[in-house]
Design a protein around this ligand. Structure first.
Ligand code: ZN
Length: 439
C-alpha cells in the first residue's frame, strides 16, 4: 500500500514539474517567440543570411524594399534609396533604428498563434506614411549640405518626410562612410537651435510678462548683460515684442530671458515637449537637452536665445510647431500607415490664446522678414534660426514652421549644416519639400 502511495506521489510531483515547465515554456515563447523566429539561422525567413520575407512601401505604394527568396529588391531610384534609407534601414543593420531592424517580426509575419506560418511565404507588407517623392525632393534640395528635413501632418500625426544627410545607397554600402552616415539626425540628433528657440522663450514671455504689449527694446547692435555683451547681426533700432521676433533681436530676447529667469525657461521648455523622447512606432527619439543657469549671468540670456548649452532634437521641434498650428494641442508622430487614422493626442503644450498669438507672430515673420513672395501658394508661418557653433565656420541654418491648408495641415523642420543664414539656406528647402507634398 505504502509503495503505491509513494509512486502516486512521485507521479504527481512529475506532473506538477511538467505543468510548470510547460507554463514557463509558453511564457518564454510569448516573450521571445518573435526573437526566436527572426533568428538569422531560421532558413524559413532567411536566404543566404538575408531576410526573405516582408516588404515596405511608401504611402503611395512605391517600393522601398521587398525581401524575397530570390533576394532583396529596393526602389530602382538611387535618390529615393538614399533619401529613405534612415527610416527603412539596410539589410546589414548599419541603421540600427531602421524599420527593417525594428519590425522584423511584423515583416516575416510572426504571430504567437501561427508562428511564422503564412499561406504564400511572402510575409507582410508594411505601408509607411512617408511620401518617397517628397523625401527625394528634400534630399536634392539640401544640395551639397548635410542636414535633416522633417514634415508631418499636425492633425493626424502622419510623418510625410524624413531625410538625414550624410546618407548612403543601401545597394552600394560605402567602404569608408563619412562621419554620421548611419545616424538619423531627425531622430537621434540634437543640435544648437539658435533663434528657433525664441519660439519657446516667446511662449513663456506671453504667459508670464505683464504688459508685454508695451514692451520696447532699443537695439544698437550689441547690449550689455552683467558686464558681458550680447550681439545682434545689426542694430535693430527700437523694437516691440512682435518686431523683436521678426527681426530676431538677441538683445530683446536676452532681456526677456533675464526678466523671466531660469525656472520659467525650463518650465516652458518641458511644456513644449522638447525634453520628451517620442516613440514613433517603436523608433525612440533623443530628448533635447538644456542648461538654464540660475545665476543672472549672460549665459542665462544666451540660453533663452537658443545658444549656450541648448541642444534641440529636430523631431521634437516639429511636434512643437504642430502644437502651435493646432491651437496648442500636440499630436504624436507616426510612420506606419493604418486603415483608420486616429491621432494620438499628447495634450496641450500651450494654451489656445498663446498658440494663436505665436501663430500671428510667425506669420508676421514671413511678411516682414522672409518675404511671402518667396513662398508662393503656401500660407506659411515660420521662424528661422542661424546657429553659431564653431567660431570662424559658417553657422547652421534652421527654418521651422507650418502651413495653414485644410487639405495639407503640415508642420516642418529643416536644418542645413553650415548653410549660413537660416531663411536663405533652409527656407528654400522647406518650400521645395512642401511644394512636392502639396502640388
Ligand atoms: Zn537686436
Amino acid at each position: 500500500m505504502r509503495k503505491v502511495e509513494s509512486r502516486a506521489l512521485a507521479c504527481l510531483l512529475l506532473a506538477v514539474i511538467l505543468f510548470f515547465g510547460l507554463c514557463y515554456f509558453i511564457y518564454k515563447m510569448a516573450v521571445n517567440g518573435e526573437e526566436w523566429s527572426t533568428f538569422k539561422g531560421n532558413m524559413n525567413v532567411y536566404t543566404d543570411g538575408q531576410l526573405s520575407r516582408g516588404s515596405i512601401y511608401d504611402r503611395n505604394g512605391e517600393i522601398l524594399i521587398q525581401c524575397t527568396k530570390d533576394g532583396i529588391i529596393y526602389s530602382n531610384d538611387a535618390e529615393i534609396r538614399k533619401a529613405t534609407v534612415h527610416t527603412v534601414g539596410d539589410i546589414y543593420g548599419n541603421i540600427s533604428n531602421g524599420l527593417l531592424n525594428l519590425k522584423k517580426g511584423d515583416l516575416i509575419g510572426y504571430s504567437f498563434i501561427n508562428g511564422i506560418y503564412s499561406p504564400d511565404d511572402t510575409g507582410n507588407e508594411i505601408y509607411l506614411t512617408l511620401d518617397a517623392n517628397a523625401c527625394e525632393v528634400a534630399y536634392n534640395a539640401l544640395g551639397d549640405h548635410n542636414g535633416t528635413v522633417g514634415v508631418f501632418n499636425y492633425e493626424t500625426g502622419e510623418i510625410l518626410c524624413v531625410v538625414s544627410k550624410p546618407t548612403f545607397d543601401p545597394m552600394d554600402i560605402p567602404d569608408d562612410p563619412e562621419d554620421g552616415t548611419y545616424y538619423n539626425k531627425f531622430i537621434q540628433g540634437t543640435m544648437v537651435p539658435g533663434s528657433i528657440f525664441k519660439l519657446i522663450t516667446a511662449a513663456a514671455a506671453i504667459d508670464s510678462i505683464d504688459n508685454l504689449d508695451e514692451f520696447s527694446f532699443d537695439c544698437d547692435g550689441s547690449s550689455e548683460v552683467e558686464g558681458d555683451v550680447i550681439n545682434c547681426t545689426y542694430a535693430h533700432g527700437t523694437v516691440d515684442f512682435e518686431e523683436a521676433l521678426a527681426k530676431s533681436c538677441n538683445g530683446a530676447f536676452g532681456e526677456l530671458s533675464m526678466e523671466m529667469g531660469a525656472d520659467k525657461l525650463e518650465e516652458y521648455t518641458d511644456k513644449a515637449g522638447l525634453t520628451n523622447s517620442y516613440n514613433i512606432d517603436g523608433i525612440m527619439t533623443k530628448p533635447s537637452s538644456f542648461e538654464f543657469p540660475s545665476d543672472t549671468s549672460v549665459n542665462l540670456a544666451w540660453s533663452g536665445i537658443g545658444q549656450y548649452n541648448d541642444l534641440i532634437n529636430p523631431c521634437a521641434m516639429m511636434v512643437y510647431m504642430g502644437a502651435i498650428a493646432n491651437g496648442g494641442e500636440a499630436v504624436e508622430p507616426s510612420l506606419i500607415k493604418r486603415n483608420s487614422v486616429k491621432p494620438n493626442s499628447l495634450g496641450n503644450y500651450l494654451s489656445e490664446e498663446t498658440a494663436d498669438k505665436i501663430k500671428d507672430m510667425m506669420k508676421n515673420n514671413v511678411v516682414e522678414t522672409y518675404g511671402e513672395e518667396n513662398y508662393p501658394g503656401l500660407d506659411i508661418y515660420a521662424k528661422s534660426g542661424t546657429a553659431e557653433v564653431v567660431i570662424g565656420e559658417q553657422p547652421n541654418g534652421w527654418f521651422v514652421g507650418f502651413v495653414k491648408n485644410e487639405d495639407y495641415p503640415y508642420a516642418f523642420v529643416v536644418f542645413v549644416e553650415k548653410g549660413g543664414n537660416g531663411s536663405t539656406s533652409a527656407g528654400p528647402v522647406a518650400r521645395k519639400t512642401l511644394e512636392a507634398l502639396i502640388n
